[in-house]
Design a protein around this ligand. Sequence first.
Ligand code: ADP
Length: 219
Amino acid sequence: MKNIILIAPPGAGKGTQANMLEEKLNMLHISIGDLLRNEVNKKTELGKSLEVRMQTGKLVDDEIIFEVLKTYLKNVDLSHGIIFDGFPRNINQAIMLDSLDIKIDSAIYLDVPKSVLESRILGRQTCPKCNTGYNSNFTNMKPKIENICDKCGSELTVRHDDTKEVFEKRYETYINETQPVLEFYKNKKILFNINSLDKEEIFNIIIKIIDNTLPVEGI
Ligand code: ADP
């Protein structure tokens, strides 16, 4: 099985694609953002400091990320392939990933314009119970009843960092720190660029990349 990395600005749909891949191909979806939010929910000292950091839209320190990731990797089955969602986010993290015993087959870049990212982020809602995602800014993604999950009836929640102000900071952090990671994988000749905005179309392209049916291309 293949190990892939999804690289994209906030709101580009990394999590959506990773969830689809997890469901259809049984791959392991590693969302560093979710691992960090789990830590925040435990209300540990580490969790409290992470919360402050994440709400400023800055990256969490690499040492903490490595620790959280390594601990997580010890207890999971890696044999069906991995989707890294939100890692690596800077060159130092990419070098760290290289030092692990995990071969990365493809790094996939989801290229989405900033204006689209912003309206997605500002309308994003999630069901805390069944994890279904909605978006109040897009007619075809709104819940049938405002703020209520279509599937299980729970009240939908929004992420604390999905505000206009924090989005701007997250985007800036992405441009300054994460975008250089694209070059890192381009040099390794495993970078793919997807610039569709259609969820199903993106998914089909990713499947082809995983199946090795698309030629290698840089950005
Ligand atoms: P998004 O894709 O919208 O940026 P995530 O859920 O992936 O959202 O991440 C939320 C926040 O968690 C980031 O803004 C950052 O503070 C922190 N974070 C996530 N992944 C990393 C990482 N690899 N390195 C450092 N900080 C991270």
